[in-house]
Design a protein around this ligand. Sequence first.
Ligand SMILES: CC(C)(COP(=O)(O)OP(=O)(O)OC[C@H]1O[C@@H](n2cnc3c(N)ncnc32)[C@H](O)[C@@H]1OP(=O)(O)O)[C@@H](O)C(=O)NCCC(=O)NCCS
Length: 190
Amino acid sequence: MKLVTKFPGEHLPEAYYDTRYEILRRPLGAPKGSEHLPKDLEAINVWVESDSVISAVGRAHLLEPNEDGSVIDVKANSKCPAFGPLSTNYTPSSDDNGVNIGPELRPAIQVRGMGTLETHRGLGFASKVLGECETQSQHLWNAKTGWLQARLSAIPFYTANGWTCFGPEYNVPNVGPHRSMWKNFNTLKE
Ligand SMILES: CC(C)(COP(=O)(O)OP(=O)(O)OC[C@H]1O[C@@H](n2cnc3c(N)ncnc32)[C@H](O)[C@@H]1OP(=O)(O)O)[C@@H](O)C(=O)NCCC(=O)NCCS
């Protein structure tokens, strides 16, 4: 098993995108090409190579000061709402799980494109990919928090990796029900 990390601007092989397509786009009936996401080349991209294939993938990108994570994905015909706490007009909600979302949220990263081939699940591969995204984001961008939009079926995986749900459930067109999750990297250092 080999963990590979590519920093912004580094070449990403087609095999990386192929694996992302197989896991995250083909099951939705989305066309080839829809696996390419905005900011792929500005992101930290991580994958696991095992049995001569790229078996698990994920990426993290820096949210610019004016970005709140809302996404319209034209190729996948889908869109995601903003991460409320990163918006300027955020008011805490009763769905926040009692999480104390403090003021020092940025630099903030968003994790997208996480997945493991069905044949390689339950081996800890996605956890390695996610952990590397978190660690390298802290080194490269001094990231203080991480944010993501989780399919409901993936929430136990993220929870096992220290992420917390906040806000209400919402539907992402063409993909299904989601909840937003976040992780405070500051508290890891305390
Ligand atoms: C979610 C996903 C990425 C997990 O990948 P994985 O490589 O199997 O995950 P790991 O082996 O690193 O799992 C680590 C821990 O997460 C938890 N976990 C992972 N998948 C889980 C599931 N389906 N149900 C409950 N817990 C789960 C377990 O606690 C696991 O630890 P354990 O092996 O000691 O029990 C994978 O199931 C997947 O690709 N799903 C389809 C695509 C997807 O939903 N991507 C996320 C989009 S938001």
